[in-house]
Write a protein that binds this ligand. Structure first.
Ligand SMILES: *Cc1c(COP(=O)(O)O)cnc(C)c1O
Length: 264
């Protein structure tokens, strides 16, 4: 593994790459994962990447898993970048591509963060995972939990659509609807934090300070875009934003391929 250290984004405290962390043990805030890019560039090249099978784990040197036998996969990533000629013409653009993330195993990009987060949990032998989500992230965690035989508990808003809840139940997750009281903050997130504190269940949501490893998954989308465009940097990348994890991940991915000298 090429992780050098974990660094708290707030207090700056540094942590060993060989232990499992959720938030910063000192202040509770988000940990950033720092890699040794010099060492990575000695083993990883464009030619090597070209020979590997498409998917999230093709970039394993740039992901925070030490024991590769603990990686779980349902065939995530490697989604097509589709040239949208008619839509480009309609909008007056020369070139427009759409990255079709619905081709992921559970139908959204959330498989990218969740597969990295849960593989890290698997590396440390934990078997209970918990999430706060109204939809796609919980579906992803439920699916990978089914593959691993983990217990997955999903706290969802009380008005979560039945179709979404059905998808979670099909994968075998325990779904708990949480009523919104008069307190501030998202009550599903509070329940996830409580379950982590009280029972030691591993939080694997796709946002926030709760799991630093999942944040690395969406980087692979930027890598794939660059490879599909022959390492030509696109002028614009449009990314939908909820919590911002997908956006931050793509940013880090583009930046890393620049650091490695794969692109300008
Ligand atoms: C989660 C999600 C988003 C928002 O992603 P963030 O990482 O929370 O910003 C956008 N589109 C779809 C389909 C999603 O599932």
């Amino acid at each position: 593994m090429f992780v050098e250290k974990l660094v708290c984004s707030k207090c700056g405290e540094e942590y060993s790459p060989n232990a499992l962390y959720f938030g910063c043990p000192k202040c509770g805030e988000r940990l950033d994962i720092i890699y040794d890019y010099d060492a990575i560039s000695e083993v990883l090249s464009k030619e090597l990447l070209e020979r590997r099978r498409a998917g999230v784990w093709k970039y394993k040197e740039l992901l925070p898993i030490a024991d590769h036998s603990k990686i779980v996969s349902l065939g995530e990533g490697g989604t097509p970048l589709i040239k949208a000629k008619r839509l480009a013409g309609h909008l007056g653009l020369k070139k427009l591509y759409i990255k079709d993330e619905t081709r992921n195993p559970t139908g959204s990009f959330k498989d990218r963060p969740i597969v990295v987060g849960i593989s890290k949990v698997n590396e440390f032998g934990l078997k209970n995972v918990v999430i706060a989500s109204s939809g796609n992230a919980a579906a992803a965690l439920a699916a990978y939990s089914a593959k691993l035989g983990f217990r997955c508990v999903a706290f969802v808003p009380e008005n979560a659509p039945n179709e979404k809840v059905a998808q979670l139940r099909l994968y075998g997750a325990t779904v708990i609807r949480v009523r919104r009281g008069n307190t501030l903050g998202d009550p599903t997130v509070k329940m996830m934090e409580l379950a982590h504190k009280e029972f030691g269940w591993a939080p694997v949501p796709s946002f926030g300070k709760f799991n630093p490893y999942q944040m690395e998954g969406p980087k692979t989308m930027a890598y794939e875009i660059l490879e599909d465009l022959n390492y030509q940097v696109p002028d614009w990348v449009f990314i939908p934003v909820g919590g911002g994890g997908l956006f931050a991940g793509n940013y880090k991915g583009f930046k890393e391929f620049k650091i490695l000298g794969f692109t300008s």
